[in-house]
Every structure is written in structure tokens, then in C-alpha cells.
Design a protein around this ligand. Structure first.
Ligand code: AMP
Ligand code: ZN
Length: 113
């Protein structure tokens, strides 16, 4: 997927501020943070969106949530956090590579609006 922004970030062709990395997952600082702590967490394979998760690729989703628990401990997010996935046009997805936002270090209202 040559013209995918997040595939380019994973490959290192576009710079990012790394927060966490393992065999399955890459996490980096969001360029337009919506909270004092805002990481974008992506699978290291191109999956367009949550709607494309299936039994063959769902290991990446498990690994993403394992990574979130590790990041939380490493970053001392003991007050809690929110994990957000935007899917498709109505969901507000702007980059077509599945990703989860990890937001923390401020109170996050609910419902989000
Ligand atoms: P979404 O709107 O859910 O698709 O989220 C895409 C996110 O990617 C937004 O929060 C953007 O601020 C973020 N983003 C876009 N380009 C970059 C980049 N080059 N580095 C880091 N974050 C980015
Ligand atoms: Zn991609």
C-alpha cells in the first residue's frame, strides 16, 4: 500500500515520534493531539478500518490492546484513559489504515458528542 500514510510511518519513510513498537504494533504521537497524552496505535499490516477485521487478522487487534496495557504502565496513565476507533465517513475516519487513539491525562467527557 504505497500511498498509505500510516504504512509510510511504519516503514519510517515519514517521521514520527515513537511511543511503542513490537512485531505486530507501532504506536506514535498524534500530530494534532486532542489530550495531553495522545498516541495513535496501528497494526503493522495494512487493514483499512474496523470493518475489515476478521479471523485472519484479529491477532493484530489483540496485540494492540496488549500494547495499550503496556503503554499505560510505562506512561503512568493510572488515572485512566480512552481508546477510540473512528470507522468510515460517519465515524470521522480520515486516514484509511486501521488505528486506535489512546487519549489520557485529562478528564474526557462522555458522551463525546
Ligand atoms: P482519524 O481521524 O481517526 O482517522 O485519525 C487520524 C489521526 O492521525 C488524526 O488524529 C491525525 O492528527 C493523525 N495524523 C495524521 N497525520 C499524522 C502524522 N504524520 N503523524 C502523526 N499523526 C498524524
Ligand atoms: Zn496502511
Amino acid at each position: 500500500m504505497n500511498d498509505c500514510l500510516f504504512c509510510k510511518i511504519i516503514k519510517g519513510d515519514i517521521p514520527s515520534t515513537k511511543i511503542y513498537e513490537d512485531e505486530y504494533v507501532y504506536a506514535f504521537a498524534d500530530i494534532a493531539p486532542q489530550a495531553p497524552f495522545h498516541a495513535v496505535i496501528v497494526p503493522k499490516i495494512h487493514i483499512c478500518c474496523a470493518d475489515e477485521i476478521n479471523s485472519e487478522n484479529s491477532i493484530y487487534i489483540a496485540k494492540i490492546f496488549e500494547a495499550i496495557a503496556k503503554i499505560s504502565k510505562k506512561e503512568n496513565l493510572e488515572n485512566g484513559y480512552r481508546v477510540v476507533n473512528n470507522c468510515g465517513t460517519d465515524g470521522g475516519q480520515t486516514v484509511g489504515h486501521l488505528h486506535f487513539h489512546l487519549l489520557a491525562r485529562r478528564y474526557l467527557a462522555w458522551p463525546p458528542g
